[in-house]
Design a protein around this ligand. Structure first.
Ligand code: FES
Length: 109
């Protein structure tokens, strides 16, 4: 699925046209497990790891402006990534850019 890396270290992932609103897609880049989704016409890329117990977020769901982990129903604001239950828990956002109708994702190292 991940085909190409540009000179800035971004990897080409899915075509923007593939994204359905509110559907979570799993990505794997250089062994790193990520999720990507489009919500309210904005794109998000996160580590596929809930900060509560480190379970995957591929089966999370949305409630208002929150991503809800399906394991223990913790809610995270999708813009800030901060957990509603405690500000000390936060989703890890991954840098990305939109270029030539694809979502390009950058992973560290
Ligand atoms: S692992 Fe996500 S809420 Fe517990």
């Amino acid at each position: 699925m991940i085909r190409k890396k540009n000179g800035e270290g971004f990897y080409r992932t899915l075509a923007l046209s593939k994204f359905a609103e509110g559907k979570i897609y799993q990505l794997k880049i250089k062994g790193k497990k990520l999720i990507a989704f489009k919500k309210n016409n904005n794109f998000y890329v996160l580590q596929n790891r809930c900060p509560h117990k480190n379970n995957g977020l591929e089966n999370a769901f949305f409630e208002n402006n929150c991503l809800v982990c399906n394991h223990h129903n913790w809610k995270f604001d999708i813009d800030s990534g901060i957990a509603r239950i405690s500000r000390k828990y936060k989703l890890i956002k991954i840098p990305f850019k939109i270029y030539k109708n694809f979502l390009w994702v950058k992973t560290t190292s």
